[in-house]
Design a protein around this ligand. Structure first.
Ligand SMILES: Cc1cc2nc3c(=O)[nH]c(=O)nc-3n(C[C@H](O)[C@H](O)[C@H](O)COP(=O)(O)OP(=O)(O)OC[C@H]3O[C@@H](n4cnc5c(N)ncnc54)[C@H](O)[C@@H]3O)c2cc1C
Length: 377
């Protein structure tokens, strides 16, 4: 008999797995989302490196409207006063149809939802209770519906509620004492930057990332500022810490600003139930400083899909060990970037800039620092 799969959460991870199952297998599956609809107006940008584009191409991403995405040629590093330090060529990781891509998150969600929306997605669903029945998992939802499935996939984000039903050990995400402030710049910024590239400006306890998200010349801006507390009503005063370092930056923050506190998952814990798997941020939540959260959500969905397809014994152990290696690699680099982007003393900044200029041109360094992340086989 065909196996039945319940995916909890319709974010990038859950939707990717649903697409892989729909387009490449004959498994029965349903996506259960707690919200009443998909969040399509949340216009912030994401970068997808070649490791995730390669997987998305298997479900038709190469046919996406070309106007709605961008292929940044590289990354320019600046200090917070907009003085260029060095640049990294991103084209070295591209092939003909697998290219480093930036786009609005809503564009990606729109693409991922298309094929699964009507038949495989149910809204307003929150788990109330789970139990084992005849070797399967019975999920009861708060609206008194239920589903009896062979596999449960928790894809419900960093604060995964699915984990709380199946795991005794708590793995509560931790506040990184940093806040992300995001906006979309509609017109050319006054900064001296190449708007066809990703620009990273590094300051004292903060950094700014600006990149194009489509061919409309819209630029995504994320400013990460370290602060001990998150107060959503006090974002303007938090931004003063950045603007004081370069008053020209003030004009960047005139539009609609959204903020969110940065969390990360402290430990990487395996599932304790053979029928339950975690993908995306529910497996591990990363800091955004290597721009790999969505990419890893896509990769984890693909790894799990392949194991389910191959129907191997001991899937749980293989999945966890593979993911653990990958997460550790990405996590280390995200943490190093977070640390290095925010040096406060001018001496450490000068030393960092010297090393960056040197390393960014070293093929062997770039291939081990980024190539291993971007070129997963
Ligand atoms: C500032 C910032 C910038 C970023 N930039 C990038 C970038 O450039 N590149 C990149 O790759 N990544 C980036 N990321 C990370 C990326 O956005 C996330 O890692 C990714 O979206 C996680 O996807 P997910 O599907 O695992 O989880 P989520 O996107 O959190 O989706 C979880 C889904 O589950 C639903 N849900 C939650 N609880 C329940 C429940 N109890 N029952 C049912 N459904 C539930 C939610 O409503 C949601 O739809 C960034 C993150 C931040 C904060």
């Amino acid at each position: 008999m065909k196996k039945k799969i319940a995916i909890i959460g319709a974010g990038i991870a859950g939707l990717t797995l649903a697409n892989l199952l729909k387009k490449n297998s004959d498994y029965e599956f349903m996506l259960y989302e707690k919200q009443e609809s998909l969040t399509l107006d949340e216009g912030y940008g994401i970068q997808l490196s070649t490791n995730s584009i390669k997987i998305l191409n298997l479900i038709g991403f190469s046919n996406i409207n070309y106007e709605k995405i961008f292929h940044p040629k590289g990354v320019d590093f600046y200090n917070i006063r907009n003085k260029k330090i060095c640049d990294l060529d991103l084209k070295q990781f591209n092939t003909n149809n697998i290219k480093y891509t930036s786009l609005q998150k809503s564009t990606l969600i729109e693409f991922l939802k298309d094929d699964v929306y009507t038949q495989h997605l149910r809204f307003g669903k929150k788990i109330k209770e789970v139990s084992e029945l005849k070797g399967k998992v019975l999920i009861k939802f708060e609206d008194n519906t239920n589903d009896l499935v062979d596999i449960v996939v928790g894809a419900d984000g960093m604060f995964s509620n699915t984990r709380s039903f199946f795991e005794k050990k708590k793995n509560q995400p931790k506040f990184k004492k940093a806040i992300a402030i995001r906006t979309i710049l509609k017109s050319k910024s006054e900064l001296n930057i190449d708007e066809e590239k990703i620009s990273i400006m590094m300051g004292n306890s903060c950094h700014i990332v600006i990149y194009p998200v489509n061919k409309n010349k819209e630029l995504n801006l994320v400013c990460i500022v370290r602060d001990k507390k998150y107060d959503p009503d006090n974002i303007k005063s938090l931004l003063k810490k950045v603007i004081i370092q370069n008053t020209n930056l003030e004009s960047l923050f005139k539009g609609d600003l959204k903020s969110l506190p940065l969390y990360f998952t402290p430990k990487i814990l395996p599932s304790t139930n053979n029928k339950v798997f975690y993908i995306g941020d529910a497996f591990n939540g990363f800091l955004p400083t290597l721009a790999q959260g969505a990419g890893q959500s896509i990769e984890s969905a693909y790894e799990l899909f392949n194991l389910i397809e191959e129907d191997k014994a001991d899937i749980q152990n293989i999945y966890f060990q593979e993911r653990l290696k990958r997460v550790n690699l990405v996590k280390r680099r995200s943490n190093i970037n977070f640390f290095a982007f925010h040096f406060s003393s001018s001496i450490t900044q000068v030393i960092r800039n010297f090393f960056m200029k040197f390393l960014v041109k070293r093929k062997s360094f770039i291939s081990s620092y980024l190539g291993t992340v971007y070129k997963k086989d």
